[in-house]
Design a protein around this ligand. Sequence first.
Ligand code: F6R
Ligand code: ZN
Length: 187
Amino acid sequence: MLPQGVAIDSRTGIVSPSTTVYEKRLSEFRGVYSDTAALDALIASKGDLVTYTVSERKDPGTDIFFGTTVMQPGRVGEEYFMTRGHFHARRDRGEIYYTQSGEGLLLLQSRDGEIRTVEMKPGVCASIPPDWGHRSINTGTEPLVFVWCCNQDAGHDYAEIATRGMRQLVVQRGGMTAYVANPKYEA
Ligand code: F6R
Ligand code: ZN
């Protein structure tokens, strides 16, 4: 591998050339958003929208890789559009998230259920410590674009968050962003 520069579009966040690009659509989030009726109603009225796009650049011959996530603005019921959320499969691997545009929240949760948030706004680079679950949430009205970088061998462990979600939900209530306890987590 030789040193190189890879372009990241300042508006769309698309990495070029990328090695993998994938999209996540509303229909893949049944059971992730708390309000299933609102999810079904949104799909019925607006179609199966793409809520985020991940564009990765992974090169052989090095230990790290990077990419971007572009999250669209929107809500399912009260809950803002968000990523699935995951821990890393390797418990000793952290990550950084550098926000390029838009505004949002990085919701983090330790294995014993402690919750922390880091504001996502241009110029903020969030440091995700090893073994903290992380989910990004677009609380704004524009796409939220962030660059992430971690070890190639970090891997994803989606199971825990998929099963009972994170301890808190991030919602819009009365025009304000609010945190509410997730009943499914406490059950
Ligand atoms: C990689 C990482 C990001 C996310 C991406 C989508 O470790 O944290 O690339 O994978 O933002 O989020 P998930 O994977 O939670 O759907
Ligand atoms: Zn991660």
